[in-house]
Design a protein around this ligand. Structure first.
Ligand code: R1P
Ligand code: URA
Length: 292
């Protein structure tokens, strides 16, 4: 029996585009670049030729075109894992559900997804300007817990080691952080030999969840010190951003390939930041366009 998706579950607009993204199935390329900032879509788009579509709705902006003959879609996700849930489910629906019959297609169409973002570095080897490719992500968001199969794709021993190290129980990061690998083949190709391969915490906020204390004290004042000292099987935590766990997790469950590369714009250890990063992020964009 083919799975059928009712109009309340998969919402399709009158023009045949998917609800939030406003993208039609024929506009989606197999290679997808995700960026947080909608403004970054134009930056990626400036390298694309033969543009087929340019659509925008809320924080989701999409362009499909070609780069050196490769068909690529770039989509902005806005900030946070909640938006990744929307973007990944709608991209997967565009690829793997027939919008006319509302049934799952018989063959999986696998997408290759690379998120290009900014992050906070946590180690001496991640100063401002470093490009970090996430090998593993630790999700402080609870997103993956709502999907069946979470325990089959996550690294449960790493999760336990991290929780023991942090000494967290009760409400701290409840229900529990999840640890998920990015796609190994994609990491080899995208990180190559010139990016730091890291363990990324995808936090549920920019301030408290990343250990930034402004006027309200943190629940665990030693949070970042413990995160910086954590080591498990040779892995150290390298950076904070806000989306890589949901991207890696949903991609694993859906059968797609994904990883995240971020440019460090703040180093939390030595307390420095750089807000004028537009040129450097364009360098990272060109590297990813060449390697995707
Ligand atoms: C916070 O400033 C935002 O920057 C990072 C975080 O993940 C979060 O989305 O990524 P982007 O630069 O891709 O938005
Ligand atoms: N994005 C984040 O999520 N954290 C930082 O420190 C910088 C960029």
């Amino acid at each position: 029996m083919k799975k059928y998706f009712a109009s309340s579950e998969l919402i399709i607009n009158d023009d045949g585009s998917v609800f939030h993204l406003h993208v039609k199935p024929e506009w989606l390329a197999d290679k997808v670049i995700l960026v947080g900032d909608p403004g970054r879509v134009a930056l990626v788009g400036s390298h694309l030729e033969n543009k087929e579509c340019e659509v925008e709705s809320r924080e989701f902006k999409t362009i499909t075109g070609t780069y050196k003959g490769k068909r690529i879609t770039v989509v902005s996700t806005g900030i946070g894992c909640d938006n990744i849930d929307i973007v990944m489910n709608e991209l997967d629906a565009l690829a793997n559900i027939d919008f006319n019959t509302r049934e799952e297609k018989p063959q999986l169409r696998q997408l290759e997804l690379v998120r290009i973002g900014t992050c906070g570095g946590l180690q001496p080897n991640t100063p401002v300007g470093t490009f970090i490719c996430s090998q593993k992500s630790i999700g402080f968001d609870g997103l993956l817990n709502f999907y069946s199969g979470r325990n089959e794709v996550c690294d449960l021993q790493f999760e336990r080691a991290f929780l023991n190290h942090m000494g967290w129980s009760g409400n701290m990061c409840a229900p529990a952080p999840y640890v998920i690998d990015a796609n190994a083949e994609l990491i080899e190709r995208i990180a190559a030999d010139d990016m730091v391969r890291g363990v990324t915490i995808a936090a549920g906020g920019f301030f408290g969840p990343q250990g930034r204390e402004l006027r309200i004290p943190l629940a665990d004042p030693k949070q970042n010190e413990k995160i910086e000292n954590f080591e498990y099987n040779g892995y150290r935590i390298t950076n904070f951003e806000m989306e890589s766990s949901a991207l890696a997790g949903l991609s694993r469950l859906m059968g797609h390939k994904a990883t995240t590369v971020c440019m460090v714009i703040a180093n939390r250890l030595i307390k420095e930041a750089n807000t004028g990063y537009k040129n450097t992020i364009d360098t990272l964009i060109k590297i990813v366009l060449d390697r995707i």
